[in-house]
Design a protein around this ligand. Structure first.
Ligand code: ZN
Length: 218
């Protein structure tokens, strides 16, 4: 047991969940405490109902995504700077994880700052389709519409870039939310940022109080 504790201490920053004495209460933490916050028993000396497992983070590196939509705050880091009012920046990855994004600079490809983003996989793995995606994305990014002179904060921004591409790739049959920008945001982007928001809230609560108790099933 001591070995497990030692190992867990080395992997900071990931949210862990376990149960000790109450099957209705999950205990969430970065580091499993020595003493159970519910019953006060020494956890190194007693059996856990559910041993610690990691709550999967919603964040990923764009590098390891393929043919996906990627999302990050326009400024800063999801964990430290994101709130419901934050502006979001979105882009698309090709099959090798290079990000195509559109902003006041025009189209940028392969920026390396997408290390902590949300991703939504758009295409199922299918080599032929992925090749077509890569080729289309490259061509699309070179269109005049996406020169930096055409950028407009409201009417011609990163959302238009992504949405137009997905429409051009005829994915609107598969994704009915591609009809317009507001439906696209509401049905595709918001559910992902809401999930992220929940994780961030929990993360901050644990940072503040080390341990958070939640009803199991919550
Ligand atoms: Zn306990």
């Amino acid at each position: 047991m001591f070995f497990i504790w030692k190992k867990l201490r080395m992997e900071l920053g990931e949210i862990r969940c376990f149960q000790h004495c109450d099957r209705k209460q999950n205990i969430l933490c970065f580091i499993v405490p020595i003493i159970c916050p519910l019953c006060g028993q020494d956890l190194t000396q007693s059996r856990l109902r559910i041993p610690p497992y990691i709550i999967e983070s919603p964040f990923t590196e764009a590098d390891i995504t393929q043919c996906s939509l990627v999302i990050k705050p326009t400024i800063g880091h999801f964990l430290y700077d994101f709130s419901n009012n934050s502006n979001l920046h979105i882009g698309l990855t090709d099959s090798s994880g290079n990000v195509y994004e559109f902003d006041e600079r025009g189209v940028t490809v392969g920026d390396k700052t997408w290390t902590h983003c949300l991703s939504i996989k758009i295409l199922d793995e299918h080599e032929q389709l992925e090749n077509k995606w890569d080729h289309s994305l490259e061509q699309f990014a070179n269109e005049k519409l996406w020169k930096k002179e055409c950028y407009d904060e409201n009417s011609q921004n990163c959302f238009d870039f992504v949405l137009h591409f997905l429409q051009c790739f005829e994915l609107d049959r598969q994704y009915s939310c591609l009809v317009d920008k507001s439906v696209f945001c509401e049905k595709m982007i918001l559910p992902a940022t809401r999930r992220a928001g929940k994780y961030i809230t929990l993360y901050k609560q644990i940072e503040e109080s080390q341990v958070v108790i939640q009803n199991a099933g919550q």
